[in-house]
Write a protein that binds this ligand. Structure first.
Ligand SMILES: Cc1ncc(COP(=O)(O)O)c(C=O)c1O
Length: 670
């Protein structure tokens, strides 16, 4: 958005770089403001109408105007928030990952193959798994299950005997039995041993069931991950066998006569690894374990590098937690080359490489669209405040500061006004300041603050206190969603997601704001946004037009967010639409499936409330009210019908057809 222009200093000698706002706003400015090219990776851009456009196949396919999808959803009477799933994008990611490994293997002359798996935990939705399995068929792409329910789903979904099902996570006898059942059905199920007792259990259960297991061992690497999920790796990791346990496991397998069943070495250094050197180090260490086991006589065959393949949420291409300093191809190259290098140096055959990167497959495919239906603004620039005779003296004082404000005394004026505001709060606490005077002082204070911030715009040096002032001047955009349901990783871990309006981008955003949700929790807000250098506390946004809905999209929410969300305030699952590209359609796309969000009745049932019982209880109150003449029978029936209807409705707010009032500060000050 800002161009660097070189201009001469007032003193006339030294050239000075001064960031200058582009005077003309266009779509390119919008793309730069929200760094769409950085995180969008060719999957998202802004079209000439100023709407965000998805390109699920990047430059190789059609595009989908997200506002058109939103309007279609609205026409169908669907509620918001709304998740838009771009099914073709899922396919594109599966193909990209497989192709990246194939490219690396053929470039380096790797003498084995890639057998990736999708970890179901990252997104368990049936339609998502179906799409991935279908797209992955040509590559023998498999599934990873970390629990009994995930394994139950994986076994039913898995059809290709050449693709793998990897079983991770702690296991009980039932888990092991169902995995062995999969083997009986001709599926390639590998049970990954997370702790020594599990091996004992697996050996025992396999004897009971009469099926030899395919076994993998998760090794506890010394290499620790980096980023927010780094505790998954290193010597204090909760899963995996250290070297002593590995030797014990080897002994157990020998005693059971099952050494030929050990097929795979596995490790996982954590999700969203931002720095490629972490991956490189871990891969080399695991490859060394693989090679040493192979030299002990184990046939093995697979080396599983786990998850960790990150995505660039902020588009900075750096080793910041929300980014990655590597591309998909670099990741594949490093995994393949380092395994090859270690195996060659040990004189061991190249293993088939398994990877379990799920985030990199599903993150981009879904977008959460929410309605910003109101905003809270601190400033009321047009409100003219005058001191009346009955006003407290401090009103006159702050008006005086405002009148005297000029460039030369802007910081002094800031300090004076801050002191007056502070004093007025103390007077109010002591009961010595009336409400109207307090309102006037605060109004003038925020007007002054805005003027002072404006005076610093475009300056090379902006004092920290002015930067903070600008943040505190930010609006609050109230959005119809729950952070606890839809963006849990942001709330719990500070994970950043790209967020921006999905329309109106032919005009420049004229406000800065944070986003607050509709839960009653003060934590229910987003006040950390992606930035190329740092983390921003406000987001450039447009003022909400009276009577119009303003749609804000949260991008790259396809990994983990759906399932980890909780029922805080009983806001349930979000409505979603599954969108496919179709060149035969006029729009170029169609909605194949709608999954309605939870109804009020459904979320109440999850917390043990029975709809029939609720109706019965309310009816008895209504009957009593009719009997005592507090309610007419006709009104009573309407009330009961309303209550019953509500139980069938979406849990979130509904503005369908509602005219929104203009936002702002309407204090009648004179
Ligand atoms: C064993 C295992 N494999 C794969 C994954 C998925 O990794 P990612 O989030 O990097 O896709 C995880 C998640 O942390 C995991 O624990």
């Amino acid at each position: 958005m800002s161009d660097l222009v070189i201009e001469m200093c007032v003193c006339g000698l030294l050239p000075r770089h001064k960031p200058q706002m582009k005077t003309e706003w266009d779509v390119e400015s919008a793309i730069a403001t929200y760094n769409v090219d950085g995180w969008g990776r060719g999957y998202f851009t802004i079209n000439g109408s100023g709407n965000v456009e998805a390109r699920p196949l990047q430059e190789n396919g059609g595009c989908i105007d997200l506002l058109e999808v939103v309007n279609e959803a609205r026409n169908r009477g669907l509620g918001f928030p709304l998740v838009i799933r771009l099914q073709d994008l899922l396919r594109h990611r599966v193909e990209s990952i497989n192709r990246a490994f194939q490219t690396a293997m053929s470039e380096f002359g790797y003498r084995s193959e890639y057998r990736g798996v999708f970890p179901i935990k990252v997104n368990q939705l049936r339609e998502v798994i179906e799409e991935i399995v279908d797209a992955g068929q040509q590559f023998h792409f498999g599934l990873e299950a970390g629990s009994k329910p995930e394994l139950v789903a994986a076994l039913a979904m898995h059809k290709d005997p050449e693709s793998l099902i990897i079983c991770n996570g702690y296991k009980d006898p039932a888990f092991i039995r169902i995995a062995l059942l999969g083997r009986k059905l001709g599926k390639s199920v590998i049970i990954v041993i997370e702790k020594l007792e599990e091996l004992e259990q697996t050996i025992r259960t396999s004897k009971e069931v009469g099926v030899e297991p395919d076994i993998g061992i998760r090794v506890r690497l010394d290499s620790k991950g980096s980023g927010k999920w780094s505790p998954s790796g290193g010597e204090n990791a909760k899963f995996g066998l250290d070297t002593t346990n590995l030797i014990a496991a080897s002994q157990m397998l020998k005693e059971a006569g099952l050494t030929h069943c050990l097929k795979l070495v596995h490790f996982h250094v954590g999700s969203q690894v931002p720095d490629i050197s972490t991956i490189r180090r871990a891969v080399r260490e695991a490859a060394r374990y693989y090679a040493k086991l192979a030299k002990l006589g184990y046939e093995l065959g697979y080396l599983d590098v786990g998850g960790g393949l990150g995505v660039d949420y902020d588009g900075s291409r750096s080793d910041f937690d929300s980014s990655t300093n590597y591309s998909l191809q670099e990741y594949a190259n490093d995994v393949v080359w380092n395994i090859m290098d270690v195996c060659d140096s040990e004189g061991v055959a190249h293993p088939a490489i398994v990877s379990e990167g799920g985030r990199a497959i599903v993150a981009h495919h879904s977008v959460l669209v929410m309605e910003a239906f109101s905003s809270i603004e601190k400033t009321a620039p047009k409100l003219k405040v005058e001191a009346a005779e009955k006003d407290h003296k401090l009103v006159g004082d702050i008006l005086d500061v405002k009148q005297r404000l000029k460039r030369g005394n802007r910081i002094e004026s800031l300090h004076d006004s801050q002191q007056i505001k502070e004093e007025s709060q103390q007077m109010f606490d002591l009961g010595l300041l009336d409400l109207e005077s307090k309102a006037k002082i605060e109004t003038v204070y925020w007007q002054l603050a805005q003027q002072i911030v404006n005076m610093h715009r475009g300056l090379r040096f902006v004092p920290e206190e002015v930067k903070q002032l600008e943040i505190s001047l930010g609006d609050q955009y109230i959005c119809n969603f729950s952070i606890f349901q839809s963006l849990l990783d942001h709330w719990a871990l500070g994970q950043l997601f790209p967020i921006m309006p999905i329309h109106r981008l032919t005009t420049p955003p004229d406000r800065n704001g944070m986003i607050v949700d509709i839960t009653c929790d003060s934590d229910g807000k987003i006040s950390k946004f992606i930035d190329l250098q740092d983390v921003k506390e406000t987001l450039p946004l447009h003022r909400i037009s009276p009577g119009e809905m303003y749609y804000i999209g949260v991008f790259m929410v396809g990994a983990y967010q759906d399932i980890m969300g909780d029922l805080h305030n009983l806001f349930g699952r979000v409505t979603e639409v599954h969108v496919f590209l179709d060149p035969d359609e006029e729009s170029g796309w169609y909605i194949e499936e709608v999954i309605e969000g939870s109804t009020i009745g459904e979320v109440l049932a999850m917390t043990q409330w029975d709809k029939v019982e609720l109706m019965r209880l309310l009816k008895s109150d209504v009957d009593a009210a009719i009997k005592s003449d507090r309610l007419k029978p006709n009104d009573a029936m309407k009330l009961l019908a309303d209550y019953e209807r509500l139980l069938q409705e979406y849990t979130y707010l509904s503005f369908n057809g509602a005219k929104l009032p203009p936002p702002g500060n309407w204090l009648p000050l004179s």
